[in-house]
Design a protein around this ligand. Structure first.
Ligand SMILES: [Zn+2]
Ligand SMILES: [Zn+2]
Length: 535
């Protein structure tokens, strides 16, 4: 709850065009608090809040105010001034925050409901700058409230935090795209079993995450968040909960092919009554009634082969990363810092690589029998050569090759560039192969079917990068790799010890590509990993 208030504060500051650094600081603090194992309220009361990463004196003062008085006065003030439900509704309609506020002022309305009434009464056209076409578009968008998705979905990790918070508050369960671990989530839904739907629906409307309710009937409601994301709450009688959960999980095509669904309290019982095996949500995209494969799971993973340290753009040392990975139950990690061509951040020269070896050796002494491998995330230069000489690469135990600059190359050149790099005898894995940033940058033009052939000959694996804005390979591409016979590596590309937690996202993405433990390199013991070196 404390974290949600800080997030709300950050969102409102953003509407005010506040300093982006301040906004980021509040978001980071919210994340820290969300993942803290200690009670933040206790830390604040005993004056120790600043022991948490990212909590400075300014944020500490806000936290103290929130815990002592139950609110942040400036947040309450901003909420009055900026009418966040209006802004949320405006975002949902495709209007910027400022435009929403201007529009509301011209109409003389203060809430989302008043805005809807004014629109329905035909008053939009009285606003300067709104012509018949814009009015029609807004009315149409208001009319299909919640049925359609916003243009861009939420990144999976954000959507997951949001839905888990709401589900916990209402004693329900996340469904929709989040339960299927889609990389960008558009259909957000929470399902609750209850005999008293109206009280659950009222609690939903009061949640800090929900700024306006767009639509409500006896059993379900559609709310909108401050970011303008619509979110559906579904309540079900306990006897029908399993059926409601299955339906709300989707995908639409998958569920439609199973209809009519029998009613049952548990999802497994619905599948049982249909006479088909339970299907993991990650596989519920296209219609499927068969026996699902035994998908890879978190406990199959023995190590993480892509992470950074303070030698490049990471925040922790090799030993700190190793200790955190050991606490997660792993047997090994590979430290893969950048090389100089990466540009924006520090990259390791051949000299640096050799000096880093001493740090890694010391980490191995401290953590034995856990193993920290000497690795590298070596840039693939525009001409397909690697950014470090072969004699340096030959010393390393795990070499990732990555395209960073020049993602927009035409398909022929990009494919040739990567093929050449994969033919280097020391390369074990291609990092984030399609170079995408979800909802921000399209995939590069790499012809995967061609590079899969080279990867197969050269025994190079393809990464499933677990950074929430990458998730690259995607589920579909994982499946294509496996069909081609290429193995994948589930990695976090962690830049901090916390970043190691993104393994869940990588694994889920591999599962969406139907990967079993045998398809994933880092389910293997260390000697098998090291044996992948070509001699
Ligand atoms: Zn990279
Ligand atoms: Zn990296």
């Amino acid at each position: 709850m404390i974290a949600d208030r800080l997030d709300a504060f950050a969102a409102l500051l953003e509407l005010q065009d506040a300093n982006p650094y301040t906004i980021r600081a509040y978001r980071r603090a919210a994340e820290t608090i969300r993942t803290s194992v200690l009670s933040v309220a206790d830390l604040v009361r005993s004056g120790r809040a600043r022991e948490l990463r990212g909590i400075g004196p300014g944020i500490e003062a806000r936290l103290r105010e929130l815990i002592e008085t139950g609110q942040i006065a400036e947040l309450a003030e901003l909420e009055r001034e900026l009418a966040p439900d209006l802004v949320g509704l405006g975002r949902y309609l495709g209007l910027g925050a400022k435009r929403s506020v201007e529009l509301a002022r011209s109409l003389g309305v203060r809430t989302a409901d008043e805005f809807r009434d004014a629109a329905a009464a035909g008053r939009l056209r009285s606003v300067p700058g709104i012509g018949a076409k814009t009015e029609a578009r807004l009315l149409e968008a208001l009319g299909r409230a919640g049925e359609s998705a916003p243009r861009n979905g939420l990144l999976l990790n954000r959507a997951m935090d949001l839905l888990r918070g709401i589900a916990t508050a209402l004693d329900g369960e996340p469904a929709g795209d989040v339960r299927r671990w889609r990389d960008s989530c558009e259909h957000l839904s929470v399902v609750c079993a209850t005999r008293d739907p109206s009280s659950v629906l009222s609690r939903f409307a009061e949640l800090p995450q929900i700024v306006a309710v767009l639509d409500r009937d006896d059993r379900r409601a559609i709310g909108v968040t401050i970011d303008g994301v619509p979110l559906e709450l579904i309540t079900a009688e306990p006897e029908r909960y399993g059926t409601a959960l299955l339906r709300a999980t989707g995908s639409h095509a998958y569920v439609a092919a199973l209809e009519p669904l029998p009613e049952a309290p548990e999802e497994t019982a619905v599948f049982g009554a249909l006479g088909i095996p339970w299907c993991p949500p990650e596989l519920r995209e296209a219609p499927f009634r068969g026996v699902p494969p035994e998908l890879v799971k978190r406990t199959d993973i023995r190590g993480d082969l892509h992470m950074h340290t303070t030698w490049s753009d990471g925040r922790a040392s090799a030993e700190e990363m190793g200790r955190a990975a050991r606490d997660l139950g792993y047997q090994y990690i590979a430290i893969c810092d950048h090389t100089p061509a990466v540009g924006a951040v520090r990259g390791l020269s051949p000299d640096d690589v050799r000096r880093q070896a001493e740090e890694i050796e010391a980490a191995n002494e401290a953590l034995a029998p856990f193993r920290v491998l000497r690795g590298i995330e070596c840039d693939i230069l525009p001409d397909g050569r690697l950014d470090l000489p072969d004699d340096v690469l030959s010393e390393l135990e795990w070499v990732q090759a990555s395209v960073h600059g020049g993602q927009r190359m035409p398909a022929r050149e990009m494919t040739k560039r990567v093929e050449d790099a994969l033919r280097n005898p020391y390369v074990r894995c291609l990092s984030h192969p399609k170079g995408r940033y979800i909802n921000r940058r399209p995939e590069n033009a790499l012809a995967l079917d061609r590079v899969f052939q080279v990867a197969l000959e050269q025994r190079v694996a393809f990464e499933v990068n677990g950074l929430p804005d990458r998730l690259d390979l995607s589920g579909d591409h994982v499946r294509a790799a496996l069909v081609a016979g290429v193995q994948v590596v589930c990695s976090t590309d962690a830049h901090s010890t916390r970043g190691l937690g993104n393994m869940a996202l990588s694994i889920a993405t591999a599962r969406r590509g139907w990967a079993t433990a045998g398809d994933v390199v880092n389910t293997q013991p260390l000697d098998v990993i090291l044996d992948r070196r070509r001699r």
